[in-house]
Design a protein around this ligand. Sequence first.
Ligand code: SAM
Length: 295
Amino acid sequence: MSTPGNLPANPDVWTVRRILEWTAGFLKQKGVESPRLEAELLLAHARQCQRIRLYTDIDNELTESERTQMRASVQRRAKREPLAYIIGSREFYGRSFEVGQGVLIPRPETETLVDICLERIPKDQPRTVAEVGFGSGCIAVTIARQRPLCSVIATDLSERAMEIATRNVQKLEVTDRVTLLAGDVLQPLLACGTLFDGLISNPPYIRDDERDSLQPEVALHEPAEALFAGKDGLDIVRRIAADAVKILKPGAFIALELDPAQCETVATLLMASGFSSTSIRRDLSGNNRIVEGIV
Ligand SMILES: C[S@@+](CC[C@H](N)C(=O)[O-])C[C@H]1O[C@@H](n2cnc3c(N)ncnc32)[C@H](O)[C@@H]1O
């Protein structure tokens, strides 16, 4: 079997077509789920072009530097490092967010969380919402971009998240309305003394004992502190629920992304923590995914 280390030395051989075929076959052997698509995305990244452009350039040869970059990328992907970390970005709500080792890659379910929050944030009135666990900043930035009169104050413990989210806030031009605070769960929000119109979180919610059942991309490469939250996965959620009403105005909302199996428990927990009503919302796959509550 050939490996990226022994691509033939003759550069004439390596056209776009050949490298795509070779890479797709190699990634398939390594257990990657969509090997052809990923081969195209890696090559488009190496050539710094749109994916569609590969087809107009299909018989063109790769340059030496493109081959070198492709070799390195394919080696990383073969070790099941997520594609998003290799190319350094992931689309979320139609915008490109920088991601990298140490920060959770935004998930499609979280776009549903954002949609549900946007239903509660008017376009034409100022609002201030809080977020716990900003990660890449995808939720805070998207809310601010979709609602130009809304400000977001978001917290995270991770230094790497702070670095990357800060760059995303700058790149997507919402520095005037997104504030990132380092700290533990609601502590920085309690300390700033603001009463918020809403509280959003996609907290870590995976049970510790689920680690072995996760895809290698997640288990080996994504940050444990963004994923795992104790025996039942609710360690962080319980801490959010305990203090949430202290930072929320009367009538304000909370929206939490969860595992489908946790939604009923968390709805009950919110009612016991001072919320007056709750509801459970589904994601695009039809699974219970988000618990909403109103103070
Ligand atoms: C599931 S990730 C969500 C990231 C991002 N909001 C998203 O939806 O892609 C959870 C985030 O919570 C942060 N986190 C974990 N424990 C925390 C804590 N005790 N206080 C604040 N943030 C925490 C992690 O660093 C991680 O960035």
